[in-house]
Every structure is written in C-alpha cells, then in structure tokens.
Design a protein around this ligand. Structure first.
Ligand code: KG4
Length: 336
C-alpha cells in the first residue's frame, strides 16, 4: 500500500489527512462555520479566502500529527467537486503543487463519494449497496453494485434536504446550520402542524421546496394573526415530514434492488431521528446498515483519504491539467 495525503476544501471546512495502509494517521480540520453564521449561510468569496489562509496550517498539522514529511508521500488526493468553485481551486492548486514538486500521482476525489466511503471507517461494504446521500447541497439515492460504481436512482428535483432544514431554521429564528437546532428542539415537540409530502408516491425522486414554502407561509400566517408559533412543535412536525420522505423511499429502493447494505452519508446523516428511524425499520430485516460516525458527517479529509486508497490501488490518477468541477455528478466518476 502507500502513504497518501488527502485535502478537502469544497465548502466551509479546510482539511488535510494522512492515511497509511488503511490506517488514518492524522485528520486536521479547520472549520469556518462561525465566520459564515452572521450571513445565515456560506459566503463563497469569504470561504475561498479563508481556505487560502488555512490550507498551509492544516497541511502542517496533518504532517506533524502523522510524523510524516512531504518527501515520504506516495500520492496526493484532492476533492475536485462538487462544491464551490473558488474553494475547490484552493485545494486543487495545493495538491497539484505537491504532486509536481515531489513527482507523485494526483488522485481526483468526488466529494459525495467520499462521504459514502467515510462509512468504511466503521466496517467493510457489502454489495449491492444503497447509499442515502443527504447534505446541504444534495439529496440522492445512490446504488453501488461494486466499489467505485455509482448509479443515481433518485435525486431532488429542487432544494436539498439540508438546505430545507437551514431555511426552515432561519424563518423560525434559529441559528445556522439549521439542522442542529431543529434536531434538538424536535425532541421536545409534538407533531401538531400539518405539512405536505411532495412526490410521496412518485418513484425515487425528492422535492423539498414545497415543504419549505409551506413552513414559511404557515409561520407568516400565524405571525399576521398574532398567534405564537410553538417552535418545538414546528421542528417536530417539519422533521417528521422531511425525514420520513427519505426513509420511506430508501426502504422501497432497498427492497426493489435487493441490497445487502444501506449506508447513510452527508451532513444530514447526523440527524438523530433519521438515524433511529433507519435502524428501527431495518430491525427485522437482513439488510445491514452503516451509520457514519458523527465526526464523519461534517466535511473532513479523512473521508477523502479513505476513498483515495481505492483509487490508488487501481492506479486511477489524474493529469496535472485536472480542473475542478463544481457540478460533478457522482455517476460520471469514471470520466476524469
Ligand atoms: O452539506 P454538508 O454535508 O456539509 C458541508 O458540505 O459542509 O452538511 C451540512 C448540512 C446543513 O444543511 C446542516 O443543517 C445539516 O447538514 N445538518 C443537519 C444536522 N447536522 C447538520 N441536518 C439535520 N439534522 C442534523 N443533526
């Protein structure tokens, strides 16, 4: 095997990690969340600037933590998409420089594929596998018949589920990122508000913009009538509908495609109701489930490193002319 340096800079975390023969030696993460909080979301230009400031710091921390020198590396891996264009460029330029200076291969990593592969830190994959990828920018059901083989069988037609959590939180006056306070408050509330479930019976695609608009309209209507919103009840009602939609389609697809394992991935996979519902529904089933460790639900380079080992073993490298792809589809992974 090999010593691989992995770098992640697709959104608001700058991270570097070192993996050696399957063992994670270090994972340095610098998060920008507090810098974006006052805007209620990630500001792309600020994100790029902060990545530029932080990249050498996390790189040094990862190398020192692993007691590895740049000259010891066998390869360098980087997220090339999807993500924010300026943010992705910072990581790519850093890895290209190291690849050129030390004459080592450059491994192109798909961010969402890496979120899925983060679950390999828990246990090995069993195929066919169905991954529910739920994040701030994506809501996808991905079928994998073997390693590095990704087929999207359903995806959101409009907003992503995480984006919906963030916007609902904002209208309720809760801080960014909204999934965390909603998850917490929902535990104290009851399902009292009636909300729609778009595309409930139609294939494996999702829709979240109607649900978001319903919550916004309901809150505004109650405000106009000078009624007090019960925030905990709204969180419970919203979370039930938002999560039940992904859980029911995941279960249906798992049966149809006869999968051996379900793997949760992405920021929203930290949601406690989603995690417990998936486990509960699979209690009497032969289908295995992998829940990512909470530290792996936020962006980090350890997950980039995990996937990088698979590409390294197959010698799937990229030329130095590689560019970023902010809209890279997971199903196009084989095309570099
Ligand atoms: O998009 P993502 O994987 O992270 C980045 O790329 O940085 O995850 C961020 C999303 C946000 O929309 C956030 O509100 C959501 O994940 N999130 C959650 C929870 N924790 C984070 N959503 C629901 N419940 C949670 N506990």
């Amino acid at each position: 095997m090999a010593i691989i340096l992995a770098i992640e800079s697709s959104c608001d975390e700058t991270s570097a990690a070192i993996i050696k023969d399957g063992k994670l030696l270090s994972n340095a993460v610098s998060t920008q969340i507090s810098m974006h909080q006052k805007y209620g979301g990630v500001m792309p230009e600020i994100a790029s600037r902060l990545h530029t400031e932080n990249i050498t710091i996390v790189l040094k921390e990862a190398l020192d933590g692993a007691k590895i020198k740049l000259k010891d590396l066998d390869a360098v891996a980087v997220t090339r998409g999807p993500g924010l264009i300026g943010a992705l460029h910072v990581g790519l330029q850093a890895t290209k420089t190291i690849s050129l200076l030390y004459n080592i291969p450059l491994i192109p990593i798909h961010h969402l594929a890496a979120h899925i592969y983060a679950c390999e830190y828990v246990k090995p994959f069993k195929f066919p596998l169905l991954s529910l990828v739920v994040s701030g920018g994506n809501t996808e059901l991905v079928l994998m018949k073997k390693h590095l083989d990704f087929k999207i069988i359903g995806e959101t037609k409009d907003d992503a589920i995480g984006e919906c959590f963030d916007k609902v939180a904002r209208v309720l006056g809760l801080p960014y990122p909204g999934g965390i306070p909603i998850d917490k408050l929902a535990k104290e509330g009851k399902h009292t508000y009636k909300l729609p479930t778009p595309l409930a019976n139609k294939g494996y695609d999702f829709s979240y913009s109607g649900l978001k608009t319903s919550v916004i309209n309901l809150v505004n209507k109650e405000k106009m009538l000078k009624h007090k919103i019960n925030v905990a009840d709204m969180c419970r009602s919203f979370e039930d509908v938002a999560v039940d939609m992904v859980v029911s389609k995941t279960m249906k697809a798992a049966k149809e495609f006869n999968v051996k394992q379900i793997v949760l991935a992405g920021g929203v996979s930290a949601n406690s109701y989603l995690r417990s519902e998936i486990v509960r529904k699979l209690e009497k089933s032969k289908i295995d489930v992998i829940l990512p460790p909470i530290w792996c639900t936020t962006d980090n380079a350890a997950m980039i490193a995990k996937l990088a080992e698979h590409l390294y073993s197959k010698k799937l490298f990229a030329p130095l002319s590689l560019s970023v792809d902010p809209n890279w589809k997971i199903s196009d992974y084989k095309v570099f």
